[in-house]
Design a protein around this ligand. Structure first.
Ligand code: ADP
Ligand code: MG
Length: 435
């Protein structure tokens, strides 16, 4: 949950405790609403209060309430530090202009083959020697660290020089900002805000594919910054050339610096990420548990992170030692939910599409190779990724008996042994099906 920005965490905490104050709203307004969240890490949250007596009173009366709510929201037993709302705090809050998430740093970004180029480029930009990487376009699948890397650059730049104007926005925020500016006749302010930045971080640019006016405005923002040697970092789920229905001139701007992808982490990197996360949470986990998790969760770092937190929570609640048994219990929901989401109709539809077949081809009795092979692949996926029985799978294919299903699955397995491209094909399909 620490992936949520601090303000979101705090809003959830307030939501959680508010019912306790149902008939004591004055207390709520006096003691709780005046609290300002300042910073958070994996062990501690710092909260600022306006006066010394607020500090004493909150400490005395509300510390446990806040602690429980925080644990409920973040899944972590955080310590609470209460500080006074002084100048330094105010300054930190002002810099919230940049929207940077203080938890996304280079220090906690694990590198491996899958992300080393992106990491190296990001680091040189942050150190001020990345002129060649302008713009820097990072692309890759969900949960692979694009947003993290982007914030890491911003955080490092600001930490080095607090006067630098850095801003992180999602492409949707940019769009909303623009729409509001038009509505309120403040386009000049809008332009001043974006076009005077030293570093613009714009996340998930693919979402403006159907927003022509946003693309146009962004094009001008881009040019203005670029001409003044300011840095622009863009992320996307796909490379520029696949940003269909984007203005050509925008796509060619995206390609004029460095375009670098981030890939799913390999096994060793997954283990290293798990170790790092466990370290941050101050827990010791036996190696075989890391290996177990890394073998189950492969394509999304956010899920790896979630898995560690889940294991920690189970460990704390049950007071049992952390081993594979506890881990499988903790991850049961995650792994089951994943299996559940994949349904026969979804698999059949996606496989048909992938192989350019017509609807319901896979359910036909046709034995021609161009249908039989995709059908076997679909059966294999259903067997591996759902809890369905052979019989149930047969039913989904228009009433095939279970020995035919079994035969089909065996065929795929044999093919996979000799041919890595079959595995790749299946990985591709799974990705497609999950999206
Ligand atoms: P994306 O933007 O590519 O969808 P995020 O940057 O949001 O992915 O990353 C998802 C989660 O995984 C975040 O909590 C992030 O901190 C974590 N994460 C991603 N890559 C790494 C990495 N290389 N090392 C450590 N944590 C990572
Ligand atoms: Mg992201």
């Amino acid at each position: 949950m620490l992936t949520l920005p601090l303000t979101d965490i705090w809003l959830k905490v307030l939501e959680t405790i508010k019912p306790e104050f149902e008939d004591k709203m004055v207390s709520y307004n006096t003691w709780i609403e005046t609290i300002i969240p300042v910073s958070i890490d994996y062990t501690k949250i710092t909260l600022a209060v306006p006066y010394e007596y607020n500090r004493d009173f909150v400490r005395l009366r509300y510390l446990d309430l806040l602690k429980n709510a925080l644990e409920f929201v973040t899944g972590l037993p955080l310590d609470i530090e209460l500080t006074l709302n002084n100048e330094e705090v105010k300054h930190n809050l002002d810099s919230s202009f940049s929207n940077l998430n203080p938890n996304y740093l280079f220090e906690n970004f694990v590198t491996g083959k899958s992300n080393e180029y992106a990491h190296a480029a990001a680091l040189s930009i942050a150190l001020g020697s990345g002129a060649l990487y302008n713009p820097f376009f990072i692309y890759g699948g969900v949960g692979l660290g694009k947003t993290h890397l982007m914030h890491a650059i911003g955080n490092k730049v600001v930490r080095h020089d607090p006067k630098k104007r850095v801003m992180y926005v999602s492409s949707e925020q940019f769009t909303n900002d623009m729409i509001n500016a038009i509505k309120n006749s403040t386009t000049q302010e809008f332009r001043d805000k974006y076009r005077t930045l030293d570093l613009l971080l714009i996340d998930d640019i693919q979402f403006i594919w159907d927003k022509e006016a946003t693309q146009e405005e962004f094009f001008h923002t881009f040019n203005e910054l670029y001409q003044n040697d300011k840095h622009i970092i863009i992320t996307s789920d796909r490379p520029p050339k696949d940003l269909k229905s984007f203005m050509d001139r925008l796509v060619s701007r995206f390609e004029q610096g460095a375009v670098i992808d981030i890939n799913p982490p390999d096994y060793e990197t997954r283990v290293a990420i798990l170790q790092k996360k466990a370290n941050q949470l101050n827990i010791t986990i036996p190696n075989e548990v890391y290996e177990f998790v890394a073998s189950k969760i492969k394509s999304n770092i956010r899920e790896l992170e979630g898995a560690i937190k889940k294991i920690l929570l189970f460990h704390q609640l049950s007071r049992k030692e952390i081993n594979i048994e506890l881990a499988s219990e903790a991850l049961k929901d995650i792994l089951d939910a994943r299996k559940r989401k994949i349904t026969p109709s979804l698999v059949i539809e996606r496989v048909e599409k992938y192989f350019n077949l017509k609807e319901n081809d896979l359910k036909s009795k046709s034995r021609s190779q161009n249908i039989a092979f995709p059908r076997q692949i679909a059966m294999y996926i259903l067997k591996e990724y759902t809890p369905l029985s052979l019989k149930q799978i047969g039913t989904a294919f228009g009433g095939m008996d279970h020995t035919t299903v079994l035969h089909g699955i065996k065929k795929v397995k044999e093919n996979m042994d000799g041919d890595a491209s079959v595995q790749n094909l299946i990985d591709d399909l799974i990705k497609d099906i999950r999206e």
